[in-house]
Design a protein around this ligand. Structure first.
Ligand code: KIV
Length: 272
């Protein structure tokens, strides 16, 4: 640990070790160099280049239009801003569904071309073979169960998953299957807190929750949500730690006023 309590260079074994020691894991999304370097510097263990990029940065209504090129471009920027955090690149819709071969090839691109340390993909038993092939190729994989936003059309909206016994059983079984396949961690999104705790207690690999209660081994949030920068939709599980939207509006309004009334630039900000 460094002075600020920051662990140096986060690897998959550090993440697994944190679960063993009962230390909570922090993950936040990152999409660019500037934000990644701040989050890396203050000690966030895992930076997820989420395909939430599509909604909070690129302005789409869902994550479905996000492409491999979009993800590679932003992953490269995040990697450039990172010294210690582990960078996890999200595999976009249709980059791993056609075939296991294509899934492995695309996952490999994130490590080889963008410098990511791991990839994340959504799904359970249906992606188990891909997870197994990726891990045997040396690509660390984070799985993602519960509300998997790329299946939003199938779910009929962003809804809590695993509420009835059959759905909870399926998510529980999927968690065991993806662990067996070689995933080193799993994101649990929008599942009831008791189910997330039960999965957490049954797995050796760490669970990272989002809308899944405090019983998970770690937590993840979309950084634009927790900083109050994305106003279109705020899920119940998001806690706003800042109100940057208001701060930015105020700063930009002041700039407009000062330019209009001639008080900017003043002497201090001019070459005389
Ligand atoms: O894309 C994303 O940001 C995610 C998180 C919500 C886990 O998958």
């Amino acid at each position: 640990m460094s002075k600020q309590g920051k662990i140096n260079k986060i690897t998959t074994s550090v993440i697994r070790g944190m679960k063993k020691k009962g230390e909570k894991i922090t993950m936040l999304t990152a999409y660019d160099y500037a934000m990644a370097s701040v989050m890396d510097d203050v000690g966030v263990e895992m930076l997820l280049v989420g395909d939430s990029l599509g909604m909070v940065i690129l302005g789409y209504d869902s994550t479905l239009p996000v492409t491999m090129d979009d993800m590679l471009h932003h992953t490269k920027a995040v990697v450039r801003g990172t010294k210690n955090s582990m960078v996890v690149a999200d595999m976009p819709f249709m980059s791993y569904q056609y075939s296991v071969e294509e899934a492995v090839r695309n996952a490999g691109r994130f490590l080889q071309e963008a410098g990511a340390h791991a990839v994340k993909l959504e799904g359970g038993r249906e992606v188990a073979e891909s997870i197994q092939r990726m891990t045997s190729a040396g690509i660390p994989v984070v799985a993602h169960l519960g509300l998997t936003p790329q299946s939003v059309q199938q779910f009929g909206g962003f809804k809590v998953q695993g509420k009835d016994d059959a759905a909870a059983k399926r998510i529980f079984e999927d968690a065991k299957i993806i662990e067996e396949a070689g995933a080193f961690s799993v994101v649990l999104e929008c599942v009831p807190a008791p189910l997330a705790r039960k999965i957490t207690d049954s797995l050796e690999i760490p669970t990272i929750g989002i809308g899944a209660g405090v019983g998970c081994d770690g937590q993840v949030l979309v950084v634009n949500d927790m900083l109050g920068m994305y106003e279109r939709f705020l899920p119940k599980f998001v806690k706003k730690y800042a109100d940057l939207n208001a701060d930015i509006r105020n700063a930009v309004r002041r700039y407009i006023d000062e330019v209009k009334n001639g008080s900017f630039p003043d002497e201090e900000h001019s070459f005389i």
